[in-house]
Design a protein around this ligand. Structure first.
Ligand code: AMP
Length: 148
């Protein structure tokens, strides 16, 4: 049985095309923490205008810098702790490839960019959910084939 490729656009459609939360690079890390908590997410895209990706910052960056540099990093601007070289994907990319890239790169968030504009974000949670949904529907098809 041929398993069709799933595109990122389908992943975004399934989660309801929710807007991506961004933080401006000059905002303090304390504000980043407030936003991570309020939106219940693990990472924010760093952007001055809400559509141009300038970086990504996750809870891991905060933990790492707190440990290595101390509590004063909470007053620094987000750009002091963000990752500036961001791996992004496009809406037409294949989910399987993205899964491999996230595993190899050890990051759990990938912004989706279309014509240089931020249009979504895929988290490891979205990837796992889609994978489980697919495996369940494959299992149902196989069960129907065997018993039907
Ligand atoms: P995460 O697993 O997403 O919490 O991120 C782990 C580390 O990878 C942090 O230093 C992030 O800033 C960085 N990171 C997260 N997502 C990306 C990405 N798409 N491209 C490059 N680095 C990332």
């Amino acid at each position: 049985m041929e398993v069709p490729a799933m595109l990122i656009t389908e992943v975004m459609r399934r989660k309801g095309n929710v807007p991506v939360v961004t933080v401006a690079p000059d905002r303090p890390v304390t504000e980043l923490l407030e936003m991570l908590s309020a939106h219940r997410v693990g990472a924010l895209v760093v952007s001055s205008d809400g559509t141009t990706v300038e970086g990504i910052v996750s809870e891991r960056d905060v933990v790492r810098h707190l440990h290595s540099d101390g509590a004063h990093i909470l007053e620094l601007p987000v750009q002091a702790i963000m990752t500036a070289e961001v791996y992004t994907c496009g809406p037409g990319d294949d989910l399987q490839l993205l899964m491999r890239r996230m595993t190899d790169g050890r990051f759990r968030h990938v912004p989706v960019v279309d014509a240089e504009r931020l249009v979504g974000i895929v988290s490891i949670g979205d990837v796992v959910k889609n994978r489980i949904d697919d495996l369940e529907s494959e299992r149902d098809q196989l069960t129907a084939y065997i018993t039907g």
